[in-house]
Design a protein around this ligand. Structure first.
Ligand code: ADP
Ligand code: MG
Length: 697
């Protein structure tokens, strides 16, 4: 398939293009900036901008944009043409180093959680040279970070880069202790597996709930769901295969390593996974992937749903964040090594993750919290809201042996001593994989499975990187001062296992008994909803940790907590409004029309003869009329709840009201509507039903 190699990266200003188009000295200093974070001279920036512009124009671009990731969770762009007026009335194409490095979008409408007073509402965007520029449609997109004039981060990329730097700094200290001086940089890598649904566009457009909220707010169970497990990994339908082919090509052109695709558990649900890459690039690429998925779907008469729970009764969509730590010398620090010393190094990084996940369960949980994801976590299809870790039997046995100074390998009867014994290689077990664990070790990486399909992966990785940096910092502080490195190391690993083994659970995470044990015996947190977990961002231990590693400032944390809660409230509020609208303007009139026709049928039948039975019609009229009353009452109750919620000004209090009042009243409205759907003749129902949506492609 030479074609793939030909199209791959054709829309990316990547290393190959830079090398070919930049003078050698300019290329070298840019490379230094990319690899080592060295400061970029304006002369260099000017030369890079010029080459970038020429390349972009040659590839069909007319505009450029600073492409950034505000706290709305999606990406933002404002296009500027390269044109500049020439004295003779014509235009020339220009792009300066200054324009490349810094942009000033008048982005005053993005959420800032009070970080910018409106009179100084402009933020600025700053080029992230570690993520390649690319062409989308006819615009050169320059990946950037987005900050306020005070320097506070207004986006997801800035804290992500800071968290990567924090982890780099602490990991290098640890590696130095192991005598490793050649490593210059430690980076985390991520491979995000992305789930999504495809539905026919013409059906989608007939459903206000899908259009306004991304999920169905009504809908009775179809006769068939996912119970036969016949969709998972099943043969891909031709129309979907065409879509995937087109999607892959678009992604490849953008340098995105789209690799794996398959059908998922629910009907019309699919998954795409790229080959992993450095975390900030993986984040940019995942944002782009979600955008391109939707764009390509439109070309195929489809709509790609990225909502976490588009349909009740079948699985929702998540995103598995496969995460590892590696050095610039190509060593994955989460792989057991060849020598006892390397094994000890592996164990310390493993312990750092165990400690991080236990100490910062709340941060991990809240990093994936959205109104949409609240429908998945703990619903027997995704990991529970309780964070725990799966290590597998073998690794757990090794840790047990270390903790208790007992022999690990029964046959050898030797006591595990770090720095003496070589650990067994933990081969990835493909036969007995635990798919119910929120955080699973899979041989050389961890798979964090709680993310929702529409989440930016930035948030989860910010918290993960920061928490692991904190464990490593504590270890480095202790070990750097130790008299006897090896025994200090051994003692520390033992202590970590003892203190944090409660977070390790290799059993079935979907089991109710586990939730009971986790919360009652082990004291793990069970933060079920967004309002339950989000305020914990401001707990002292979390603020202390995140500010000490300079991942967030105190002001940034407050603003983020507000924005996330506000987003939760607004999303659910839109759903509630949509339900009221659909119930009043579509569902009740539809039932009314059917009932009226049934009544007419009765009259006509009786006109023929009063001996003709009208039992069925009568029964239906009675049932549907009673349901209509229920729907009317429930709609009114929801309307009142919305009106009363709107009076609340404090966002935390508002989020509790959403959780405790609005959401239950939405459920109460849905139930009679779904029941009425099952009793109403198909041609009367005002919008496409689940059977068509789920089996229509
Ligand atoms: P699964 O069985 O969970 O679908 P895959 O083998 O398909 O697992 O891998 C899932 C993702 O994990 C892919 O995106 C892959 O590139 C990524 N991955 C593999 N190795 C690593 C690693 N060392 N670090 C981060 N991600 C990785
Ligand atoms: Mg997976």
């Amino acid at each position: 398939m030479s074609k793939v190699t030909e199209i791959f990266g054709t829309k990316v200003f990547d290393d190959r293009v830079m090398k070919a188009n930049l003078p050698t000295d300019i290329y070298r200093s840019l490379k230094k900036t990319i690899d080592e974070g060295a400061k970029l001279d304006i002369d260099v920036a000017d030369a890079v901008a010029d080459a970038m512009k020429d390349w972009a124009i040659a590839n069909g671009a007319t505009h450029f944009t600073h492409w950034f990731q505000p706290l709305t969770g999606i990406t933002a762009e404002k296009h500027d043409a390269f044109i500049s007026p020439a004295p003779d009335g014509r235009v020339i194409m220009e792009f300066s180093g200054k324009e490349l490095i810094k942009g000033e979008p008048d982005a005053s409408s993005f959420p800032s959680g009070g970080l910018r007073a409106t009179f100084e509402a402009r933020g600025y965007t700053a080029w992230d040279p570690t993520s390649y520029a690319f062409i989308k449609d006819s615009t050169l997109c320059i990946p950037t970070a987005f900050c306020s004039y005070g320097g506070e981060a207004l986006d997801k990329k800035t804290p992500l880069l800071r968290s990567m730097e924090a982890l780099n700094k602490q990991a290098l200290r640890i590696l130095k202790l192991f005598g490793n001086d050649t490593v210059k940089c430690v980076r985390t890598s991520v491979g995000p597996e992305q789930e999504y649904f495809l539905v026919p566009k013409e059906l989608y457009e007939k459903r206000k709930d899908l259009v306004f909220t991304g999920r169905t707010l009504f809908g009775a169970k179809p006769p068939k769901g996912q119970e036969l497990d016949d969709h998972y990994f099943g043969a891909i339908k031709p129309r979907v295969a065409e879509y995937m082919k087109d999607l892959n090509e678009e992604l490849w052109k953008l340098g995105i390593l789209a690799k794996t695709q398959h059908n998922e558990v629910a009907p019309s649900q699919h998954e795409l996974a790229p080959i992993y890459s450095t975390t900030n690039i993986a984040t940019d690429h995942n944002q782009l992937t979600m955008e391109i998925m939707q764009k390509v779907a439109a070309r195929h008469g489809l709509v790609c749903l990225l909502h976490e729970k588009p349909f009740a009764g079948v699985n929702g969509s998540g995103k598995h964040n496969n995460w590892s730590i590696s050095t610039d010398t190509g060593v994955n620090l989460l792989t057991p090594g060849e020598t006892p010393y390397e094994n000890a190094q592996f164990l310390i990084f493993l312990c750092a993750v165990i400690k991080a996940v236990d100490d910062y369960q709340d941060l991990l949980r809240l990093s994936v919290a959205t109104a949409g994801n609240d429908h998945r976590l703990g619903a027997n299809e995704a990991p529970p809201a309780v964070v725990s870790m799966f290590l597998g039997d073998e690794l757990t046995a090794v840790l047990d042996a270390i903790e208790n100074d007992t022999p690990y390998n029964g046959a050898e009867k030797t006591v595990m001593k770090l720095g003496v014994h070589v650990l067994p290689r933990f081969t990835r077990d493909t036969t007995d994989r635990n798919r119910t664990s929120p955080f699973a070790f899979t041989g050389n990486k961890f798979e964090f499975r709680m993310l929702g399909s529409s989440n930016s992966i930035a948030c989860a990785n910010i918290m993960l990187n920061a928490a692991v940096a904190e464990s490593l910092k504590i270890y480095a502080d202790r070990l750097e001062g130790a008299e006897d490195f090896e025994s200090a190391l051994h003692a520390m690993i033992k202590k970590t296992i003892k203190d944090h083994k409660r977070i390790i659970f290799n059993g079935n995470g979907y089991d109710d008994a586990w939730i009971k044990e986790a919360t009652e015996v082990r004291g793990l947190l069970n933060l079920k909803t967004t309002p339950d977990c989000m305020p914990r961002l401001l707990d002292k231990k979390n603020v202390d940790m995140l500010t000490s590693h300079k991942v967030f400032s105190v002001a940034e944390l407050h603003s983020r907590c507000d924005i996330m809660l506000d987003n939760y409230c607004k999303s659910v509020n839109i759903e509630a409004n949509t339900m009221v609208d659909m119930a009043r303007k579509q569902i009740m009139p539809a039932i009314e029309a059917y009932v009226s026709d049934l009544a007419k049928a009765c009259t006509r039948k009786l006109a023929v003869s009063d001996k003709i039975s009208i039992k069925t019609e009568k029964g239906l009229i009675e049932k549907l009329s009673a349901l209509t009353d229920k729907i009317d009452e429930a709609t009114e109750a929801l309307e009142e709840a919305i009106a009363s919620y709107k009076k609340i000004t404090d966002v935390t209090e508002a989020s509790y009201r959403i959780r405790d009042d609005i959401l239950p009243k939405m459920d109460a409205l849905r139930a009679p509507c779904d029941e009425a759907e099952t009793l109403t003749a198909e041609k009367y129902w005002p919008f496409p039903t689940y059977d068509k949506l789920l089996f229509g492609v």
